[in-house]
Design a protein around this ligand. Structure first.
Ligand code: ZN
Length: 562
C-alpha cells in the first residue's frame, strides 16, 4: 500500500521523469523541430500525428485527441490506476514511495514483513541443516534443480512435526500472534501449530523482493499437494505473481513473460535458462496480474494444458485479458501436448525447442476465433448469428482502437457481413477554437502553455482575484501554484487538478491547439492584457458596489426615520 500522494511528491516525480524517454520506450519517436513525433499508440495510423513536447512534458495526438502528462500516458496506455501509474513512475525514477499512513490503515505491516523474512531464513536453513533434509534434497535433485537455482528462489524446508516455526519464532505470546497474522501457524480448538509441515517451501516475493507468503509442496503423498499461505494484510493472491521478482532480477529486458500454472514449472524453466516464467497463485489470472505482466515485457504468453480443462482455463484467461488487449503487445496461448507440463517438456526438448513453441504459440485473435467457431456451425445462418453475437460481445469489452477494429473486420468476414464503413479511422475531435474561449479561460490556457508566465501575472495588481466569476478561482490557484514552483512544466501543473471538480476543465484548456493562432511572442502580452482588463472590471465593480452601498445606506436611513 502506498501512502497519500502529495502534490509535492507528484511535482518531484514528474520533474524527475522525462516524458520523451518514457514514451520512447513504447513507440519510436522522431525529432521534429522542438517536438518529437510518432504514430499514435492510442489509435491506428500510418502517418504520425502524435506529438511529445519536451518543454511542456505533455503529449498530444491530433488524430484522436489523446493528451496528457507522463501519469496519463501510463494510465491510458497500460490501463493502470492512478496509484499504479505513480508507483511505476516512482520506480523508474528511483524515488521511494510515500509510506502508507499506518495509523489510518490499520496495523503497521512492517512486523509482518520481518516475520515472513525470518521464517524464510529458518526454512532455508532447515534445507541445509535439518535432519530431515535428505528427503527434500533428494526430491529437488530428482527434479534436476541445481544448488544455484535453489538459492535464487530461496527454497526451504518445513520439517514435519507441528512446532518447528513455533519453537523458532513463537517464544512470546506476541510473537505467536504475529505468526498467526502472517498465516504461518494455524489454530484449532485453542491449539496452535505450524501451518506448513513436511513440505518444500517456496517463498513468494512481492515486486520489491519482500517475502509476502509461501507455497509449500508435500514431500510424501500427503494432501493437499500444494498449500499456500492464506491472504494476509501483506499477501493478496490476485495481486502477486510467483517468480516475477526473480525474473526481473535475472533479466533486465525479458523478451516476453510466460504465465504457467505452478511454482515447480517456474523453477524448472529457470533451471533450463528460461528466466521469464511466472505463476499465478492458485487462481486464474486477475486483470491486475495481467496488467503487471504486460508492463513487464513486450509479449505475454499464457501456457495451458492441451486438454479440455486447459482450453476452458485458457478461454477464461482470454476473457480477462481482452479488456487489456490494445494490440500494442502480442498475447499468445501455448497449449502443451497431452500429458506434458512445462517442466517435463523443457526437460525432454531443451530450451531452444521450447522457445520455438513459444514463438509459434497461438495469437489471442486466432484462439478467440478458433474457440468461438468450434461452438457455432458457421455453415448455417443461425450458427453465424450465434458466432457474431458471441464474438461481438467479447470484442465490446476491448479498448477502442485499431486492434479491436481489425478483429471486428475479421469477424465480419467470417460471418459474411459487409464491413461497417467508417469504423476504421477514429473520428477526429472537433477542432477547438480560441475564439470560443472566454478571456478567463484563455488566460488559463496561456498559463498552461507556459507556466512561467505566472510570474508576470503575479507582478500585476491582484484586484482581479476579487471578481465573482466562474474561472477566477481556477486562474488564481494556477497563478499561485505556478509562481510557487518556478520551472514547473505544463504536464506537472495540470496534474494538480487530477481528481478535483476542475480536472476536466483544466484538461481541455491544456490543449495546445486552443492558442495556436496566437503567435508565440504575442502570448505573454495577451495574458497580461486579459489580466489588465480583469483588473479594470474589478475596479468598475467596486465602484458600482460603492455606489450601490451608498444608495442602500440612504434607503436604510430613510427606512429607520420613516
Ligand atoms: Zn491518437
Amino acid at each position: 500500500m502506498i501512502g497519500r500522494i502529495t502534490p509535492e511528491f507528484k511535482n518531484q516525480l514528474l520533474d524527475r521523469t522525462d516524458l520523451v524517454e518514457l514514451v520512447g520506450t513504447r513507440v519510436s519517436l522522431r525529432k521534429a523541430g522542438q517536438l518529437y513525433k510518432a504514430c499514435c499508440p492510442f489509435h491506428g495510423e500510418k502517418t504520425p500525428s502524435f506529438f511529445v513536447t519536451p518543454a511542456r512534458q505533455t503529449y498530444h495526438c491530433f488524430g484522436c485527441g489523446a493528451h496528457g502528462n507522463a501519469i496519463d500516458f501510463l494510465i491510458e496506455l497500460d490501463r493502470l490506476s492512478f496509484p499504479e501509474a505513480v508507483e511505476e513512475l516512482a520506480q523508474r525514477a528511483g524515488m521511494p514511495l510515500p509510506e502508507d499512513d499506518v495509523t489510518s490503515r490499520g496495523p503497521d505491516p512492517r512486523p509482518l514483513y520481518d516475520l515472513l523474512a525470518q521464517a524464510a531464513e529458518h526454512y532455508q536453513r532447515a534445507l541445509r541443516e535439518h535432519p530431515e533434509r535428505e528427503a527434500a534434497v533428494a526430491y529437488l535433485k530428482r527434479r534436476g534443480l541445481s544448488g544455484a537455482i535453489v538459492k535464487r528462489y530461496a527454497l526451504g524446508l518445513a520439517p514435519s512435526g507441528w512446532s518447528f516455526l513455533l519453537q523458532e519464532l513463537g517464544r512470546t505470546a506476541e510473537q505467536r500472534e504475529g505468526l498467526l497474522a502472517a498465516g504461518l501457524i494455524s489454530e484449532r480448538d485453542g491449539r496452535r501449530y505450524d501451518r506448513f509441515r513436511g513440505r518444500i517451501m517456496f517463498p513468494i516475493r512481492d515486486r520489491r523482493g519482500r517475502v509476502v507468503g509461501f507455497g509449500g509442496r508435500v514431500l510424501d503423498d500427503g494432501e493437499p499437494k500444494y498449500l499456500n499461505s492464506p491472504e494476509t494484510p501483506v499477501f493478496v493472491k490476485g495481486r502477486e505473481l510467483y517468480g516475477l521478482y526473480e525474473s526481473q532480477q535475472a533479466l533486465r529486458q525479458p523478451p516476453r513473460l510466460l504465465l504457467v500454472e505452478g511454482y515447480m514449472d517456474v523453477i524448472a524453466l529457470a533451471q533450463f535458462g528460461i528466466d521469464y516464467a511466472v505463476a499465478a497463485l492458485g487462481t486464474a489470472a486477475t486483470p491486475e496480474q495481467i496488467r503487471r505482466l504486460l508492463r513487464g515485457a513486450p509479449e505475454l504468453v499464457f501456457c495451458f494444458d492441451g486438454d479440455d480443462a486447459g482450453r476452458k482455463a485458457a478461454w477464461k484467461a482470454l476473457k480477462t485479458a481482452l479488456p487489456l488487449a490494445s494490440g500494442q503487445q502480442p498475447m499468445r496461448f501455448l497449449f502443451l501436448p497431452e500429458g506434458e507440463d512445462p517442466d517435463t517438456l523443457v526437460r525432454r526438448e531443451g530450451k531452444d525447442a521450447f522457445e520455438a513453441r513459444l514463438a509459434q504459440a497461438k495469437l489471442l485473435s486466432d484462439f478467440l476465433f478458433e474457440h468461438a467457431e468450434a461452438r457455432h456451425d458457421s455453415t448455417t445462418p443461425e450458427g453465424r448469428a450465434g458466432l457474431a453475437d458471441e464474438v461481438q460481445g467479447l470484442l465490446g469489452t476491448m479498448p477502442a482502437g485499431s486492434y479491436r477494429e481489425q478483429l471486428t473486420a475479421v469477424l465480419n468476414r467470417r460471418v459474411g457481413r459487409p464491413a461497417a464503413p467508417g469504423r476504421v479511422a477514429p473520428r477526429p475531435r472537433a477542432q477547438p477554437r480560441s475564439t470560443t474561449l472566454t478571456p478567463l479561460r484563455r488566460a488559463v490556457a496561456l498559463l498552461l502553455d507556459a507556466p512561467e508566465r505566472a510570474a508576470l501575472v503575479a507582478e500585476q495588481p491582484a484586484d482581479w482575484r476579487e471578481l465573482n466569476r466562474p474561472g477566477i478561482r481556477l486562474l488564481a490557484q494556477m497563478v499561485d501554484i505556478a509562481s510557487a514552483y518556478p520551472g514547473i512544466t505544463a504536464g506537472a501543473l495540470t496534474e494538480r487538478w487530477r481528481g478535483t471538480e476542475d480536472e476536466s476543465a483544466v484538461r481541455k484548456l491544456a490543449d495546445a491547439r486552443l492558442i495556436e493562432l496566437i503567435p508565440e511572442d504575442g502570448r505573454a502580452p495577451e495574458l497580461l492584457g486579459i489580466v489588465a482588463r480583469l483588473n479594470q472590471d474589478a475596479a468598475a465593480e467596486r465602484r458600482a458596489a460603492d455606489i450601490d452601498r451608498r444608495w442602500r445606506a440612504r434607503d436604510g436611513d430613510s427606512d429607520t426615520t420613516g
